[in-house]
Design a protein around this ligand. Structure first.
Ligand code: ATP
Ligand code: MG
Length: 265
């Protein structure tokens, strides 16, 4: 069962149900970190990754790099300082009146767009994060500036965008997001001497990101891991996969366990 992190209301419902079901059926209770679930979706899909591995978890709520140096052990290397990449997709889609969620529709429209048509900024963070001194900082992400640049572009335009103009904005935005994600992922892979790399979470469904990962992996001669589309967004199977690993390692929870909205991995 997912113990955290997330919205405490939904976590409490799940934790209460799992405790009651475990007590009633006399079965062991295993607590799972939601992002460990996303990381284990890669193993569920492809089998064990060669370790050490660097995994990018990129979703509506998170954009973080993790080092997996031994099975079931996840060390966070970096995170986003502001918006998650999925959140940026959703906000840009809203600016362009494309509805929610923004990822799939921007992904589709971008295919017909010129990805150099609109000049948008990439953000490079070089300073350490005062709120997370354990992180070096230069592998961190930031997407709020990119979103604001799209907003300025939209505001500066008179009247509605043509279909082609919308496609161009989508393609230009997506090029920057994918470049930033792939560059940091492979920079971390080099720094930590990774034997494999992976991308998990809802944004890993993105077609350009998937293609870029495979391509860069081939160039660097390092195996790459992706979940199937149905395992990329939130799903119960990935939580079960992470739970099975902990169960096999003897990590069983007691019935005193509580939901934890800010649970550390
Ligand atoms: N093809 C795609 N391209 C880009 N983004 C996508 C695509 N498909 C889905 N997404 C994005 O994935 C996000 C949803 O993913 P997921 O369900 O893993 O996240 P979440 O549950 O909102 O966040 P978290 O897992 O961090 O709590 C949304 O922001 C959505 O726009
Ligand atoms: Mg999720």
């Amino acid at each position: 069962m997912t113990q955290g992190p997330g919205l405490v209301g939904s976590l409490l419902v799940g934790v209460s149900f799992a405790k009651a079901a475990a007590a009633a059926a006399g079965l062991p209770l295993v607590a799972v970190h939601h992002l460990a679930g996303h990381i284990e979706s890669l193993v569920l899909q492809n089998g064990e990754m060669p370790l050490p591995a660097v995994v990018l978890v990129v979703s509506g709520g998170h954009t973080s790099l993790y080092l997996v140096d031994r099975p079931g052990h996840y060390e966070r290397l970096s995170r986003t300082r502001d918006d998650a990449a999925g959140e940026a997709y959703d906000k840009v889609a809203k600016l362009l009146d494309l509805g929610y969620p923004g990822g799939p529709v921007i992904d589709r429209l971008a295919r017909n767009g010129n990805d150099r048509a609109v000049a948008l900024p990439t953000t490079r963070l070089t300073h350490a994060d005062r709120n997370a001194p354990e992180l070096t900082g230069d592998l961190d992400f930031s997407f709020s500036g990119l979103k604001t640049a799209v907003l300025r572009h939209v505001r500066a335009h008179e009247g509605p965008f043509s279909e082609q103009e919308t496609a161009d904005i989508c393609a230009s935005f997506q090029r920057i997001v994918v470049t930033v994600l792939i560059d940091r992922l492979f920079a971390a892979a080099r720094r930590y001497h990774a034997k494999s790399v992976g991308i998990a979470g809802g944004v890993s469904a993105n077609s350009r990101l998937r293609a870029a990962l495979t391509q860069r992996g081939e160039r660097r001669e390092i195996p790459t891991f992706l979940p199937s589309l149905s395992l990329s967004t939130d799903n119960a199977a990935m939580i079960a996969a992470a739970g099975l690993r902990k169960f096999r390692a003897g990590m069983i929870a007691t019935l005193n366990l509580n939901a934890d909205a800010g649970l550390a991995i």
